[in-house]
Design a protein around this ligand. Structure first.
Ligand code: ADP
Length: 883
């Protein structure tokens, strides 16, 4: 019974919920990823802008410092004190300067030195005040120097009259010594003219730029650094003040030493964003700008930068936040979906429970009462199921009834067919015999074709009865295969010889071609069913061929296993392509205007097909209309598991007769004479044939015969009289062949063979009669007595004997090879029971005590004795089977 409870993973609701959850999670993660990408870009752009912004602030601050100094210089140089002194450089005016200059230093905290240089006197310092530790002091006259040779003096005087000169920012030096404390200094110089416009002095102010650096320090936002370098990469300002002024201090600290750059290339293009790493491989985003001043004589390079990691810290934060957000949203959705799926799965479970209950036979509607009221798909499903259930219930009842009726009809049909076939077989046999009788009673030439037609139709009908019975058994699976070690070649040969007569009669050639292996080896196959298949195909070939030849080709194919293929080829009327696929169907026959007479009933091939199926093989047909047909079947077979070289001779069903025997055959039908002659001569028996009773009696008087075989077209009484009076006087066994009702002969105690003659039966009959001279005859009298002459029991016992003695053939053969004393004892032990019951003294005496005493002659004798008994049993079985 199938599992009714839907497992978690098989539930559609769960599956769809999971699907949607997965889609939502994927969508959220995708969204998170996109947001992350976007935010990363935004943060990068923002950081970039910030860097540029800081750079512009620093630049502005620098220029405003320069502007302030310029304004101061303009104001001071235009002051009356300086004006007066230039126009009239006397002591009085000098004294005024001495008062004025300290005030300037006093008022401007960043200015720590102020001087006037005499342009006319090689730049000799006229007056110089300095501020050290907030103490303003005048430099004594003897310490005043000539500055005309200094670089800044020359650069300042070369400038336009209106321009102010600003030196490079350096640490202040006095007399070649760096002043302590280190003071980053910018020298600002303005030109001072007299009222005639002549350049008289230069006003020099040393500005301490620490305040500017402090301001830069303030501007630097968190994470953004500022670096000021000159064209040589010497730091003028950086966070680490100890690195500044490396050239001047001799520390050689410079931009190139800290960052992965080539200075010239790096500074060659300004006003740009970029990225570089320091020597610790930390990447930085930067903005580089040039800050030119003093009419472009000097330039500072301003680099504002931020480490990438610092920027990414923000991105990471956004990522973390969005991940938390996504997880929260996912959990939220999961909770909703869980609630939703739970709700619907409960509804659906009610429907599935109702269905499974229904399957178990519980038709209760309880589960669905509420669900059916719903307006959604679940409600529709529940309602549809309810309606469907009613419909199914109704149909099931109907179906059961019609099935019952059909079963009954089929059973009745089968019973009828079977009974009819059984019932018809007896009168049919009689009609067959009678038609033969009519033939012998010298019919007129106009009667002959009528009798022929009657005979043919009756034997067709007889065949049909057999086929119907077989077909029925095949359909109901009553036929099973009984594979035994079989010489396939011999089987084929026997089939061919059975139909040779008919072939000769029709003027057709009939050939059998088989490989030598099939002649020498034994294979496990059911010989009865194999014969039936080949016979049916051969009968068809004979039926549908009027000129040419029929060929049976046997072949073995050996790959992983062995397959036997049989071709039955004819040069007959062939089959139209359109009918090829139908011919294996039951009761199918080809009917066309060329088919003058229909001989079949369309059962033969369907039986062949079913048996070939049973064998596990396949049946194929190729045919061309008017040219002939090839029926081919191929079946898997197995080699019999014993040494075939010894068995090949042994398994032949008939024993060898050593003596020379003669048979008198009284028969007036020439083809029948030919067939029986062929068969008996093949067995090494000489045969004398005659078609008249007088001639027969004459032959009997003058010759010795071991058996009389007679076919007399007389009625039963005449036959009896003739047999009892005329023939029995010679004391020779007599066998009558007749198409008449067999039971009569049996009752009269006359040995009898039913016509049409089966050649195997003929051989069994002849051997069990003549063979008595050479072999022990089993005393079946004991058996009949034992079973009170009850036919059914006797038949069963004979069947048992047949199978047991058949088995002894194999066991004798095997033990002769294995020389196994234990097995020999076992066989002897078993066979002795039969020997005693059937009083087989010769057989008993021939069995040696020990296996080593079993020589080839004794073995052959034993085997022939068994084969004789098999013939005898078969014959007896046939006699007993006649009802
Ligand atoms: P039937 O008893 O009619 O022969 P089968 O089942 O044996 O029934 O064959 C079915 C039909 O196949 C036959 O009626 C016949 O037309 C066709 N057929 C079978 N064997 C041959 C053959 N060897 N040559 C031509 N036609 C054949």
């Amino acid at each position: 019974m199938p599992n009714k409870k839907v497992s978690f993973w098989n539930s559609i609701v769960i599956k769809s919920s999971l699907l949607f959850t997965t889609i939502i999670i994927i969508a959220l993660f995708l969204l998170g990823y996109l947001i992350n990408r976007k935010s990363t870009k935004v943060i990068y752009d923002y950081s970039q802008n910030q860097i540029v912004h800081v750079s512009s602030l620093v630049k502005q601050s620098f220029y405003s410092m320069l502007n302030e100094v310029a304004n101061d210089i303009a104001m001071i140089s235009k002051s009356p004190a300086i004006d007066d002194y230039i126009d009239n450089p006397n002591i009085k005016n000098y004294k005024v300067l001495e008062k004025y200059f300290p005030i300037i230093l006093q008022e401007k905290p960043d200015y720590f030195q102020i001087r006037l240089l005499d342009v006319a006197n090689k730049g000799k310092e006229i007056i110089k005040y300095e501020k050290i530790n907030n103490l303003i002091k005048k430099v004594s006259l003897d310490k005043l120097q000539y500055k005309g040779g200094k670089k800044y003096y020359k650069e300042a005087t070369a400038l336009d009259d209106e321009s102010y000169y600003y030196s490079e920012i350096n640490l202040n030096e006095e007399f070649g010594e760096i002043s302590i404390p280190h003071t980053p200094t910018l020298r600002a110089i303005g030109k001072v003219f007299n009222n005639k416009g002549q350049l008289k002095t230069l006003l020099v102010i040393n500005v301490d730029v620490s305040a500017f650096f402090e301001e830069v320090n303030q501007i630097e936002k968190q994470g953004i650094e500022t670096i000021l370098v000159n064209q040589n990469g010497e730091y003028k300002y950086t966070n680490d003040f100890s690195k500044c002024f490396g050239m001047q201090l001799g520390t050689k600290d410079a931009l190139e030493n800290d960052y992965e750059i080539i200075l010239n290339e790096f500074l060659s293009e300004t006003d740009r964003n970029g990225m570089f790493s320091n020597h610790q491989n930390i990447p930085y985003l930067y903005y580089l700008d040039e800050v030119p001043y003093s009419d472009g004589i000097h330039s500072l390079y301003l680099i504002t930068l931020a480490s990438k990691e610092a920027i990414l810290i923000n991105v990471a934060k956004i990522n973390r936040d969005s991940l938390v957000m996504v997880i929260i949203v996912c959990l939220f959705f999961l909770a909703i979906i869980y609630a939703y799926s739970n709700f619907f799965s409960k509804k659906l479970t009610k429907i599935t429970s109702a269905i499974s209950d229904y399957e178990k036979g519980n038709a209760s509607n309880d589960h669905l009462v509420n669900v059916k009221k719903r307006k959604d798909e679940v409600g529709i499903l529940a309602r549809s199921f309810s309606t469907m259930r009613k419909e199914i219930d109704f149909r099931v009842v109907e179906l059961k009834e019609s099935l019952k009726r059909e079963k009954k009809a089929v059973a009745e049909k089968n019973e009828f067919l079977q009974n009819m076939s059984h019932e018809l077989r007896t009168p049919l046999n009689a009609i067959l015999g009678l038609t033969q009788l009519l033939h012998k009673n010298k019919p007129s030439s106009t009667q002959v074709p009528i009798i022929d037609s009657l005979h043919r139709s009756t034997s067709n009908l007889n065949g049909l009865m057999h086929d119907i019975l077989d077909q029925q058994k095949l359909m109901t699976g009553q036929i099973t295969l009984h594979p035994v070690a079989t010489n396939i070649y011999e089987q084929l040969q026997s089939i061919v010889s059975n139909y040779r007569f008919e072939a000769i009669h029709k003027g057709l050639q009939l050939n059998l071609v088989a490989p030598s292996e099939l002649k020498e080896k034994y294979y496990l196959i059911d010989p009865l069913r194999f014969n039936q298949v080949v016979t049916n195909l051969l009968v068809n070939a004979l039926k549908y061929t009027t000129v040419g030849q029929i060929e049976i080709l046997a072949n073995l194919q050996e790959n992983d296993n062995i397959r036997l293929t049989i071709d039955v080829r004819d040069t007959g009327q062939g089959i139209d392509a359109k009918n090829l696929h139908n011919i294996k169907e039951r009761f199918f026959r080809v009917i066309n205007e060329n088919t003058l007479r229909i001989d079949g009933f369309g059962l033969g091939l369907s039986i062949v097909k079913k048996i070939v199926d049973l064998f596990g093989g396949d049946l194929n047909v190729t045919s061309e209309l008017g040219k002939g047909s090839i029926f081919n079947f191929s079946i898997p077979i197995e080699e019999a598991p014993f040494d075939s070289s010894t068995v090949s001779e042994v398994v032949i069903a008939h024993p060898k007769l050593i003596g020379v025997y003669g048979i008198l055959h009284i028969e007036d039908d020439a083809p029948s004479q030919l067939m029986i002659k062929n068969t008996l001569e093949l067995m090494g028996i000489s045969i004398v044939q005659t078609n008249s009773i007088h001639q027969a009696l004459k032959l009997l008087s003058n010759n010795h015969f071991d058996l009389i075989l007679t076919d007399l077209m007389l009625d039963a009484e005449l036959i009896t009289e003739y047999v009892k009076k005329d023939l029995s006087q010679y004391g020779i066994p007599i066998v009558i062949t007749s198409a008449l009702e067999p039971l009569k002969f049996r009752k009269l105690g006359i040995d009898y063979l039913q016509k049409p003659i089966d050649l195997d039966q003929l051989a069994d009959k002849v051997i069990s009669t003549i063979g008595k001279n050479e072999y022990d005859v089993p005393l079946l009298k004991n058996v009949y007595e034992q079973y009170d002459n009850r036919q059914e029991k006797v038949i069963n016992y004979l069947k048992l004997l047949l199978s047991e003695f058949d088995h002894y053939l194999l066991r004798f053969n095997e033990v002769s090879r294995s020389r196994n004393q234990k097995e020999w004892k076992a066989i002897k032990h078993k066979i002795v029971t039969h020997i005693n019951t059937l009083e087989l003294t010769r057989l008993k005496d021939a069995l040696p005590e020990k296996i080593e005493d079993l020589n080839q002659d004794t073995l052959n004798m034993l085997l022939n004795q068994i084969k004789f008994m098999l013939c005898y049993f078969r014959n007896e079985l046939r006699i007993n089977s006649i009802n």
